[in-house]
Ligand binder design. Sequence first.
Ligand SMILES: *Cc1c(COP(=O)(O)O)cnc(C)c1O
Length: 395
Amino acid sequence: MFSSKQTPSFADSQERDTYAWFSQRAWVEIDLGALSYNVKQLVIFLSSRTQLMAVVKADAYGHGSVTVAKTVLEAGASCLGVATVPEGIQLREGGIKAPILILGATHTLEQIHAIAQWKLQPTLCSPKQALEVSNTLEAINYNSPIPVHIKLDTGMSRLGTNWQEAGDFVQLVQGLPHLDIASVYSHLATADSPDPAIMQQQHNRFEQAIAQIKARGIKIPSLHLANSAATLADPKLHYDMVRAGLAIYGLYPATHLENKIKLQPVLQLKARVTHVKTIAAGTGVSYGHQFIAPREMRIAVVGIGYADGVPRSLSNQMQVLLRGQRVHQIGTITMDQIMLDVSSIPDLQEGEIVTLLGEQGQEQISADDWANQLNTISWEILCAFKHRLPRVAVI
Ligand SMILES: *Cc1c(COP(=O)(O)O)cnc(C)c1O
């Protein structure tokens, strides 16, 4: 799905037409230069003892996992995090050799086999699961130990053994055949909040868990706690590694963290004008006639809709960029198409590029703008773009 092409110059439609992907009605453009820049910014921000894990779960937050993985590893990330075994296999099939941590829980025989076969690294969330993994590797006569990562729950109440039981849990895993403890980690629930109280409580609990493990004479090669927000919020949370997702894609987890480092958004969402026409005053537009033209209007149809991941709930509230100007989307967003009021651009041509997310000229619309309008978070906006949209890499 990925093709490597330079960004077309916006002003020059003839040049633009020569690109093979001109025929695309809509696509997600991925700026690998920005991705690489963000990773380097993070690496500079971290001390030399702290590694960067790039979190590339959910198809790299919708950016395309194999291409993203190659770029972030080249730019200085040490390893990768994914949510599921198939996501890990996809990276291996794409030629990625770096360590890959499965952040989700894995239980079944098939999953454990695949982990061994593809040299993935599982998260162990409980003594029961640790035994399952060890016993399965024993049953298949797996010869070398596999690196495993121990997950502690310090207050997220999601995966992991309660932090109070860290000592017993780690000791148990250490005694099991076929398992080699590569790290102990936990995950923060409120790192993006301006109020650090709960994060500090989780940090304290993590410290107490580490003390319990140390008291048993067990040495852990790597400790990690921070997501993007915690990475930006407080260097004390960096430990041996940070697990950054959102920040590598160039977005800030919260506005109060924007002054910490400079990031560039990686993803742009673009589509083409497929039809332009004039409608009379009083004409209804789209399903349900939720928009009635207040005057004679020039309208454009654009080949992108909710089946591509444009939220239908933005109907009649969305702006897009066209010729460096903001124009209004009108009427209900349909499955495959949207309509725009382009009365301000009388000579608009079919084939011109509309930017739904990204930059044109001085104007910019970000995933945060959509997230604010929809009362959600930018993470969800990025993950929503469907595979009908090709991911086009630009340098
Ligand atoms: C998704 C995830 C991350 C990355 O979170 P961001 O907020 O996108 O940086 C880190 N750790 C775990 C366990 C995750 O599930």
